[in-house]
Write a protein that binds this ligand. Structure first.
Ligand SMILES: [Zn+2]
Length: 387
């Protein structure tokens, strides 16, 4: 029998076919996953791109997905998470957006090769400790940006793909947005040429005279602010706005960034489910426990009173393991939340903890997305993250 493990996993040789058809699950961890992951992780990005391109457009990946789906005995689920969508290539002062055409391609690929499930389906499967009969994908969108309604919703409706949107309820129907959006707006709109911000960056005078230099400064501020307590972050934004205020500049982005309640109520259906994502999007672990609990409960309640139905799902702001705690997890269970999603990477198995589920950020373009999704659904062993 030829062994293709030096090449990773071709999916076509006798070795790979036997692996798929017989004791795949037993051998997988020892061989396929190791060799595939080692092989892929060692590849330089351009080579990885090229390999994914060839696998996707030759139809080889599609064939491999069909074989794996047919012959594997048990499967995993992956929860994808999105944020913002755009119609064209984003400008350098937009936070990462997914082009809506890429989104549509991703949905078509998911529909062709995976079973799309809702967060309610996922909660039921995990609660009943059932296994996944097919490789499954659940779609989630965080924060509640207005472009979810304008751009993503029509495509989700057209392709009949369900999704869960996690709302930061304090921003719905207001001109407020996340602190990262404010940071980007302030720097991109200022006409000032330099900036000194001793509180965070010492006495250095930072040149912000060009779009490139402004973008670099945004990244610097982002890195320094990310782990600050929520109140300090908000105060930093207020101070920065004051320093860079210029009577001749446009200081607000004319476009409303977040969803309003009419849009939320219109979308709330069998297709679109809403989950809570706190009131003000703070880092929960860096707050007093009672305040953090209120952030969760109040966002759940606000949604329930506007929508007229119970809310069972919650997404942790920022979503990393350090952003949550066992106390908060226990509290989520007590107030009736059936699932809590993180942004820790991984796949979901029947053994996964429903109150700290991993998610995957989908990368464009489509050939990278298709490969990355397959890698996570079929070869991801990280499916039970302990908090
Ligand atoms: Zn968020």
């Amino acid at each position: 029998m030829n062994n293709c493990s030096d090449l990773g996993f071709c999916g076509f040789c006798q070795f790979c076919l036997e692996l798929v058809s017989h004791s795949f699950d037993d051998i997988r961890q020892k061989c396929v996953q190791l060799s595939l992951n080692m092989f892929i992780n060692k590849l330089k990005p351009p080579i990885k791109h090229m390999l994914c391109f060839v696998l996707y457009y030759s139809g080889a990946l599609s064939l491999l997905l069909k074989l794996l789906t047919k012959f594997r005995k048990s499967h995993l689920a992956v929860i994808l998470f999105y944020h913002r969508f755009s119609k064209s290539t984003p400008n350098p002062f937009q936070l990462p957006h997914l082009d809506i055409n890429d989104f549509e391609k991703q949905l078509l690929h998911i529909k062709q090769h995976y079973q799309v499930i809702t967060m309610n389906d996922l909660a039921y499967i995990l609660n009943e400790r059932q296994s996944f009969a097919r490789p499954c994908v659940a779609l989630t969108i965080d924060d509640g940006y207005a472009n979810n309604y304008e751009l993503a919703y029509p495509i989700l409706k057209k392709l009949e793909v369900p999704a869960t949107i996690y709302l930061t309820t304090g921003f719905v129907g207001t001109s407020r947005a996340l602190w990262v959006d404010d940071l980007m707006d302030i720097l991109s709109n200022t006409k000032k040429q330099s900036l000194r911000f001793a509180k965070l960056l010492g006495e250095e005078v930072i040149d912000i005279s060009t779009p490139f230099k402004k973008r670099k400064t945004v990244s610097r501020f982002f890195r320094h602010m990310f782990h600050l307590p929520h109140e300090t972050k908000l105060q930093t934004i207020i101070d920065l706005r004051e320093i860079l205020w210029d009577a001749n500049a446009h200081h607000c982005d004319p476009q409303r960034k977040m969803l309003n309640w009419l849009e939320v109520i219109e979308m709330n259906s069998d297709l679109i489910c809403f989950g809570a994502h706190t009131v003000t999007h703070p880092t929960l672990r860096r707050m007093d426990l009672l305040k953090a609990q209120l952030e969760i409960k109040d966002s759940k309640r606000a949604l329930e009173s506007k929508l007229g139905n119970e809310v069972f799902h919650f997404a942790i702001p920022n979503g990393k393991i350090d952003d949550f705690s066992n106390d908060l997890k226990q509290y989520c269970k007590e107030i009736g939340l059936k699932t809590v999603v993180s942004t820790e990477p991984g796949a979901v198995s029947a053994q996964s903890d429903p109150h700290f589920l991993p998610r995957i950020l989908p990368p464009p373009p489509i050939h990278m997305f298709a490969f990355d999704l397959a890698k996570n659904v079929f070869f991801n062993s990280k499916n039970n993250i302990a908090i």
